[in-house]
Ligand binder design. Sequence first.
Ligand SMILES: [Zn+2]
Length: 325
Amino acid sequence: MAHKKVTLGIEIGGTNTSFGLVDILGNCFVESRIPTRLNESPESLFERLFKKFNKIYKEKSSEYELLGIGIGAPSANYYKGTVEYSSNLNWVYVNIKDMVKKYYDLPIVIANDANAAALGEMKFGVAKKMKNFIQLTLSRGFGSGIVVDGNILYGSDGFAGEIGHTIVEKNGRSCGCGRKGCLETYVSTGGLIRTYYELLSKSNEISVLKEFRPSELTSDLILKAAIHGDKLALATFENTGQILGEALANVVAYLNPEAIILSEGIAVAGDLLLVPTKKHMEKNMLNLFQGKVEILLSGLVKGNVAILGASALSWHEIQKKKNIS
Ligand SMILES: [Zn+2]
């Protein structure tokens, strides 16, 4: 039987660490996950992870040829193979590459989760034929991966693409980074909830969500209310789309992408977010770019997006090497 060529994708998330084997077409095999425990050492996390992976993989290893490992993690440094100052994981400086090599001596590539998601879109999603695009993950945080000429833009230290921490409002909302007015504090699941309450405090409108305490309200509930025509919930998406669209007009001026892809979190609202975002982006954009930049929703299958992205990091390196040799 022919061996399936695969890479192992590992995504270290705040709640779960997922893994799976992915072939060049984006088919996912041997998929599973373990909970990510807060304050657990990275050594212990990888020990648990590979124990579980090996248990599943050993029985089936004759079916596969494992070519490499791709790892997506918050605050990951592509150049050094490290995770640095990750507040999500409570890790200060961890050399992930060295740690994983002890288990599998294969080519290992690590990048932050947003960059992994961007490569996932390029290999397996809606950006298959694109060379210049931006991928935005709009969940609890605002992740961004920038692809220029077919490669991720890593920058001089490996941390390029922090669009979520560009300031869109002088002396605006407090951000987790310690500054005020960052885009992430407006365009994220938490940002959407804050906007809803701000609008509620200034309005006499009756809203079905009025009875919810702040700790109970979620972005999904706001979406449901908007779908049912709740005026404040609709205004919340309009307002969020305006802030995102205005910010993207600047991003386009820097990077001249052919598309901007939105995924996860508040992006599941689809047109409710897309339409105002597009409108305000076009309104504020330099003539040169008007009508040329598409805003699209992620094309990755729901469920294993993170694994596909992490695996794509490895496939991308393999293909780059092939092109050089
Ligand atoms: Zn910030």
